[in-house]
Ligand binder design. Structure first.
Ligand SMILES: [Fe+2]
Ligand SMILES: [Fe+2]
Length: 271
């Protein structure tokens, strides 16, 4: 399967300094990593692996939202929407950096790879732009970011080691905004959507919700419960993760779908 690398190495050009300036000029605050650990070796390794997975996910968000930004431009949306979209992309770049720094703080080397097909927002130039934009905004932002915000929020609650908790606090605050951006964007697009476009979005929901559930509740051979030591660095047990996912669907996703006049509960029951 084709993959591409997650590059967090400095480029060696003057853009490395520009990257730092952009971080500093935006919402970047340095994390104080001093005084963490030492951790038992298995805890340190598990922590580094978990932050590496998070870094790869954040990088995938960066690639997908960069492409979504182009779709928004082509749909000729208002400037404040573009500004908010630009913030989402900048947030995700910052999240990759924060996660990479967490891996480094745990003695790991931040690197990873993304399956290429999961990093591309496939657009059919022959099909209409607005339906594709609606579908992407619903799947990536409304569903994906709303659930992600809840999962990161639940992880933040249980994390005790201060710098990791602070990283999760920042990620959570941004992801909440990303979800809200999605609901606002979809609401805006629905104002002048045709009945056919609205029906197509509604018809997509059972599949979208089924896929979201599959992604969020597939745990491989992860243990159902978690040792306290592993929790300190920012992890949820499988049980807690599953519960947080279902709470997110019940409390944050389905009511928002219904509020937009979309058949959320019916789609969830029929997924
Ligand atoms: Fe993120
Ligand atoms: Fe996000």
């Amino acid at each position: 399967m084709a993959t591409f690398d997650v590059h967090v190495r400095p480029s060696g050009t003057s853009l490395a300094a520009a990257h730092q300036e952009i971080l500093a000029g935006g919402r970047w605050q340095p994390i104080d990593w001093s005084g963490i650990g030492p951790f038992p070796e298995p805890v340190r390794l598990a922590g580094a692996a978990s932050w590496t997975r998070r870094m790869v996910d954040e990088y995938r968000s960066t690639t997908l939202f960069s492409q979504l930004q182009t779709l928004l431009l082509l749909a000729n949306l208002p400037l404040d929407v573009m500004g908010a979209m630009a913030r989402v992309v900048a947030d995700e770049v910052r999240h990759v950096q924060l996660c990479a720094d967490a891996v480094t703080a745990l003695g790991g080397a931040p690197s990873g790879a993304i399956e290429a097909e999961s990093a591309y927002l496939l657009v059919d130039p022959a099909a209409g732009m607005r339906p594709q934009l609606l579908a992407a905004a619903m799947n990536l932002l409304c569903l994906g970011e709303t659930v992600s915000a809840r999962l990161i929020g639940a992880t933040h609650q249980g994390t005790r080691c201060a710098p990791f908790k602070e990283v999760l606090r920042r990620l959570h605050a941004d992801e909440v905004f990303h979800g809200e951006f999605g609901w606002q964007l979809v609401g805006l697009l629905l104002v002048d959507a045709s009945p056919e476009e609205r029906a197509a979005l509604a018809a997509m929901l059972p599949t979208s919700l089924r896929q979201l559930e599959a992604v969020c509740t597939t745990y491989g051979d992860a243990p159902e419960e978690l040792a306290e030591a592993d929790r300190a660095l920012g992890s949820l047990s499988v049980r807690e993760h599953r519960e947080a996912f279902h709470r997110a669907v019940d409390e944050a996703v389905l009511p928002r779908l219904e509020a937009l006049g979309l058949p959320g509960r019916e789609a969830w029951a029929g997924r």
